[in-house]
Design a protein around this ligand. Structure first.
Ligand code: FE
Length: 184
């Protein structure tokens, strides 16, 4: 009879360190690769990138139109980068009647170079399973109580299609001065 008892897995830190050793040996990974990758991720892949796209869309109707047709090109227009496997960035526009929700039911994919690293709740099994079946209830539990008349659209991320939401502009910000794109 097979002994099905298994030892508890090592800590996340130990498993990451073991993976790093193997990659360094087998894949000829440069010595500082992990440190430099982490530093780049912390500095360059930040939520401010997506926020900059949103601010521009709110103040530049032509950019907004381009962004809704081709999010990848609109992000590149502002100098943002994508890993090779993020082939398509789709920008979803919230309106008075439609609220968009993003999930990765399989794991935790996001357009992280544009909207930053996924928060813990996004990776949570409960969120990933329930937001598809009972999105209105899940949003309410998270503090967003949408009227029954608002349609909720849930978008499931895939390896090569990533999403970001263009929120509605808060009325108080309409007419605020904006950056150089309005002067050029
Ligand atoms: Fe995923």
């Amino acid at each position: 009879m097979t002994d099905t008892k298994r030892e508890a897995p090592a800590s996340l830190e130990k498993r990451a360190a073991a993976l790093e050793i193997v990659l360094r040996r087998k894949a000829d990974m440069p010595k500082n690769f992990v440190a430099e990758f982490t530093e780049h991720a912390d500095d360059a892949w930040i939520t401010a990138n997506g926020a900059q796209m949103v601010a521009r869309a709110w103040t530049d109707p032509e950019y907004r139109a381009r962004m809704l047709v081709d999010g990848t090109a609109a992000a590149r227009e502002l100098g943002f980068e994508f890993p090779e496997h993020h082939r398509t960035l789709v920008v979803l526009e919230n309106t008075a009647t439609v609220h968009n929700v993003i999930v990765c039911t399989l794991c935790s994919c996001t357009a992280y170079t544009i909207i930053g690293a996924a928060p813990d709740w996004y990776k949570d099994l409960d969120y990933r399973a329930r937001v598809v079946r009972e999105s209105r209830t899940v949003l309410r539990e998270m503090g967003l109580d949408l009227p029954a008349t608002t349609e909720i659209r849930v978008w499931d991320t895939t390896a090569d299609t990533r999403y970001m939401v263009l929120p509605m502009q808060p009325p108080a910000t309409i007419g605020w001065p904006c950056k150089s794109w309005q002067q050029s």
